[in-house]
Design a binder for this molecule. Structure first.
Ligand code: AP5
Length: 214
């Protein structure tokens, strides 16, 4: 199964990709995570990406297409993978189709996470991420058991992402509307798109997502 999770920033793609990956064993391919790893490593690619990400803009298509081409060719992706945050533009979707066609594969399903902007701003501004193990929390909706301490690894480094500041959130939502929303038509025309109510509790979203895959 090659699955695309499509939706605005904060709609819960990463949360559901992690749950589904744990359940089904398909790796989560998150371009956002890959870029943040490159930034943390101080690589040339990371430095280039950071200037785009900090301003809420998209990183150039050629960069993210290259990341996905490399990662998806690894052995653990043989039985499928979950794309989280990719594709985000029509050229990225076209590159993905070309890449998969060359391997006699294709995107099987695209799930669109639907939710209002007001709720997205609440989710993004309250998000905290463990900088040690990557576990995700929300100060109101899913706080850690002990304030400021990661439930999974015990680290006290629960941080707010640089791009979860109010001004950057606003820009990311605008960029989504202008550059990523056209993918809804692209995948509707390809008869691959299904819509998911992303306003529900994570457990309920997961249950509905699993039904859509069966
Ligand atoms: P990326 O990391 O992909 O960010 P995003 O798409 O903006 O998505 P988010 O990670 O912000 O949100 P999400 O939908 O995964 O929600 P989450 O599960 O975390 O990209 C960052 C940047 O990298 C981009 O701006 C761009 O610059 C660059 N980039 C990445 N991919 C690119 C590409 N393909 N092309 C070009 N540039 C690219 O949940 C959010 C919060 O809500 C959490 O706190 C969570 O706990 C909470 N939550 C989740 N589900 C629920 C629920 N059901 N109810 C209540 N709370 C919930």
């Amino acid at each position: 199964m090659i699955l695309v999770l499509l939706g605005p920033p904060g709609s819960g793609k990463g949360t559901q990709a992690k749950r589904l990956s744990a359940l089904r064993g398909w790796p989560q391919l998150s371009t956002g995570d890959m870029l943040r790893t490159a930034i943390a490593a101080g690589s040339k690619l990371g430095l280039e990406a950071k200037s785009f990400m900090d301003q809420g803009n998209l990183v150039p298509d050629s960069v993210v297409v290259g990341l996905i081409a490399e990662r998806s060719s690894q052995a653990d992706c043989k039985n499928g993978f979950i794309l989280d945050g990719f594709p985000r533009t029509i050229p990225q979707a076209q590159s993905l189709d070309q890449m998969l066609t060359a391997q006699s594969r294709r995107v099987d399903k695209v799930l669109l996470f639907q939710i209002e902007n007001e709720e997205l701003v609440k989710r993004l501004s309250g998000r905290r991420v463990c900088s040690n193990c990557g576990s995700m929390y929300h100060v109101e909706f899913s706080p850690p058991k002990a304030s400021g301490v990661c439930d999974k690894c015990g680290s006290k480094a629960l941080i707010q992402r640089d791009d979860d500041q109010a001004a950057v959130i606003e820009k990311r939502l605008k960029v989504y509307q202008e550059q990523t929303e056209p993918l809804v038509k692209y995948y509707t025309d390809a008869k691959k798109l299904k819509t998911l109510d992303a306003t529900l509790q994570p457990e309920q979203v997961e249950e509905n997502l699993l039904k859509m895959l069966s």
